[in-house]
Each structure stands twice: as structure tokens, then as C-alpha cells.
Design a protein around this ligand. Sequence first.
Ligand code: PSU
Ligand code: MN
Length: 296
Amino acid sequence: MLKISSSVSDAIQKKRPVVALESTLISHGLPYPQNLQTALKLEEVVQAEGAVPATIAILDGEVCVGLNKEQKERIAKPGVAKVSLRDISLLVAEKGTGSTTVAATMWAAHKAGISIFATGGIGGVHPGDGMDISSDLPAFATIPVAVVSSGAKAILDLPRTREWFETWGIPILGYQTSHLPAFYTAQTSLPVDRMVKTPKEAAHFIKTHLELCSRGILVAVPIPKDDEIPLAQFHEWHEKAIKAAKEKKITGYALTPFLMEFLRKESENTTMKANLSLLINNAKVAAQIALSLSYP
Ligand code: PSU
Ligand code: MN
């Protein structure tokens, strides 16, 4: 049921650097055609650093690790299901097609033998009663993969999300930062566990963690300075987004995509530009760490 592309399986066998990439941010995090351009761009960035990209999705019931251009076009078109942990077996059984979230991508990457994965922002605890918790968090608690992201998405309850990492024994490395980034903004007041300055240093912690613990590890990379959104400005858009979601009674899987799209429209694409910037930077950093993991 796992279909690994020839370039990816060749690299895995030869222990060359491979970086997994998710597909939910393509299907549900960005509009067409910017989403397709982003899917292609992220792979280019990984390749330019000397690593092999492996975008992951479920296509016609097969867990595909490494997509060709036509397959990437398929997941960029509207109407593709969002696949998190609970949906993997359901979609495979039905021979369905869907894009994988951080959680499902971690699972597939680990099955394929890939240890590092880049995304924009992970899921976490949504604000409110604390009951809407992304499957991304239990995925970190159970799947030994390193995820490079700009922290958790700013639409989340970040202190509660950080607490979750602590409870479940998931270390957070700050890449050139002492505090957790918040997606569109470079810093929060929440400390990371260790700050790392170089890809080599990050790789050393990751390798040790993955050898010792059967859990994930987060590498938190702040958004590039020039594309950061001022916090006050973000709060203004965010409040409107939360209000709109409440009015429209949007919950569950639809909530994160709804908020992202609302913010994009409300900010006249400013949040999307910030999102693209951090995605590209995270793919680059992940590739550099992947190189250090393969060639210590
Ligand atoms: N990073 C982005 N945009 C996104 C996501 C990550 O820059 O849309 C996706 C990831 O796939 C993540 C998902 O797993 O958002 C979280 O969704 P939820 O809160 O429903 O678990
Ligand atoms: Mn949820």
C-alpha cells in the first residue's frame, strides 16, 4: 500500500538526504494556483540544497511518497479530502484520494524510512474549552520523525499547545531562536528546550533523540524577518476570523482551512505571503539538516 517513487526509494536505500513534505497545506491551506506553484517551489528548494523531496499524499488508495507533477496537480485541485491519522486506513480501504496533514505525513514518512519533514505550522490546541486538539500532537507523541515548522499556527492556543509537548515528552529545538515562534510572528514568550545555531547542531540533537526515544521532535524556525506580520495587526484579523467561524458554526476538520482562508482575504493576501515565505525557509532549513543527518 506504500508506493515510494523511484528517486525517493533510491535515496533512502543509499542513505542520501530526503525531506518529506505534506499535502494538506496544498489542498486546504492555500488557494489554487498559488498552492500548486508552492508545491513545486518547495521541492525545488529542497533539491537546490542537495536533498531529495518527497511530497506525500494518498492517491486512489495508495500512500504515495514522492509525487510527480501530474499527481501534485491532482492534490492542488479543489475537493481533495483532508487525511489525518484516523482517515488513513479508511481512505486506503475505499481506494480514495486525499492530502495528508502533518500527523498523516509523519506516519507515512516514518513507514517509508524518512526521518525529517518540513511544513509551515503544525496543528495544536484550538482556543476555547481545550477539547479541539489536532491529531498532529498525538502524532508527535508516537511517531519518531523530526518536523521543521514555524511553531504551531498563530490561530491556536499556543501556551496550551506548548504544555502538550512537555506532557508527552516531545523536545522543541529553537532554530536560531530561544523562544517558540508563532507562525506569522517570529517570537512568543514561550521558551524552547534548546536553541541550536546550525543545521549540524540540530542534526546532532535529532539523531540522538530518534535513536533513544520513539517519539517525534520539533525544530521551530521563525519566519524570515521581512515577512513577519506585526502582532497587533494579526490580532485584529484573527478576532474577525474567530467571530466568523463561530457565526458560521465551523468546527472540526473544516476549522483550520476556514480560518486560514478568512485571514488571507481579510489581510488582502498578506498572511498568504507570510505563509509562503516561512514555508520556503523551513524547506531550506530542513534540507540543510537532512544533509547533516546523512553526512555527519
Ligand atoms: N502549515 C501551513 N498550512 C496548513 C497546514 C500546515 O502552512 O494548512 C496544515 C497541516 O497539514 C496541519 C493542519 O496538519 O494544517 C492542521 O489541521 P488541524 O488543526 O485540523 O489538525
Ligand atoms: Mn480538530
